[in-house]
Write a protein that binds this ligand. Structure first.
Ligand code: 1HN
Length: 318
């Protein structure tokens, strides 16, 4: 300490001072390597599209070699190819394609991150169990497993089942409150098999709400009522008439879109892609996007608006 103080004391210039500061884990605010403030959001995350056709085929292939005993979950992470990232889909969320075969049981666990499933292909007999409540997973359904809820999945049908998982794991990584726990038994005891549940949004119910929703410019929106259980993410279904599009839009929220029905085209920043059922689009923060339908289509959107709004960080561009 004494010698460090003496060295600093005897510095003859800033250039003498900087290495002494660095050796003591100090850096001059006027001399830092990188800007820390910028005029407008400057995400490193890239607009991206993933094909369900490819994801599904790859899961079928993986299923030849990987079982649910080996893999707690048989899933493929949709990572954003930025830097050395091999996990995050956008800054705050990760999406994955998951497949479970007939007779399989994906064992129970719980964790800090909030998770949701959007079901792509499944026959009757596929279920998630959330805190002892058994909920059916049928195509178009959305199921929540909020932070801290025990969850497992099983397939008693005669066909493979496929869905998209979306979790706020990257947000939990950023803020660091991660906890994870295995249930300790292979199966979760089932206590209830309700006909409806706040964690279960059935496709037919969403369809009937869409039919009653006002249409503007060929677009109908149905927000899912998740705010009481799901504090970080918001969920919407968006129905587009043929040739209708979401208006050009940009906000500080990150978004993940999955295709429930139909096909079309999307512009996300510089990216131009066509999309079909099961495909996924990543819309990073402050990236302008417009999604246009070629036929009557249904999109499922998950965004982190609730996180940004609670913190006072939500903005849309004028
Ligand atoms: C997870 O717990 C599930 O429970 C799926 O099905 C995907 C991706 C990252 C971290 C945890 C599941 C996941 C996940």
């Amino acid at each position: 300490m004494r010698t460090t103080l003496q060295s600093v004391q005897s510095a003859q210039s800033l250039d003498d001072l900087y290495p002494l500061l660095a050796a003591n884990h100090l850096t001059a605010g006027w001399h830092k390597k990188r800007a820390s403030l910028w005029k407008t959001p400057n995400t490193a995350f890239l607009p991206r599209h993933w094909s369900y056709e490819l994801g599904r085929l790859a899961l079928d292939q993986a299923g030849r070699w990987i079982g649910t005993e080996l893999a707690e979950r048989r899933n493929l992470l949709l990572f954003n190819p930025v830097g050395d990232n091999d996990y995050d889909t956008v800054r705050t969320m990760v999406a994955a394609y998951q497949m479970i075969k007939p007779g399989e049981y994906a064992r129970p666990h719980r964790h800090t991150p909030n998770a949701l499933r959007f079901v792509l292909d499944a026959k009757p007999g596929v279920f998630s169990v959330v805190d002892g409540v058994q909920l059916p997973m049928l195509p178009g359904d959305v199921l929540l497993t909020p932070s801290g809820c025990w969850h497992s999945h099983f397939n008693d049908s005669d066909s493979n089942a496929y869905w998209i998982d979306i979790l706020d794991v990257p947000l939990v990584h950023l803020l660091e409150p991660m906890f994870f726990e295995e249930f300790g038994q292979a199966h979760q005891p089932v206590e209830q098999q309700p006909l409806s549940h706040p964690f279960w949004f059935q496709s037919a119910q969403v369809q009937s709400e869409l039919n009653q929703a006002p249409q503007t410019g060929g677009v109908r929106r149905v927000p899912l009522h998740t705010a009481d259980h799901f504090l970080t993410q918001a969920l919407n279904f968006i129905q587009l008439q043929p040739q209708a599009s979401t208006q050009k839009h940009r906000s500080t929220a990150s978004r993940i879109f999955s295709v429930a029905q139909g096909s079309g085209h999307a512009t996300v920043g510089e990216l131009q892609v066509t999309w079909q059922p099961g495909d996924v689009l990543a819309v990073p923060s402050w990236t302008e996007f417009e999604i246009r339908a070629h036929e009557t289509s249904l999109l499922f959107e998950v965004n982190d608006e609730p996180t940004l709004k609670k913190l006072g960080f939500y903005k849309e561009s004028a």
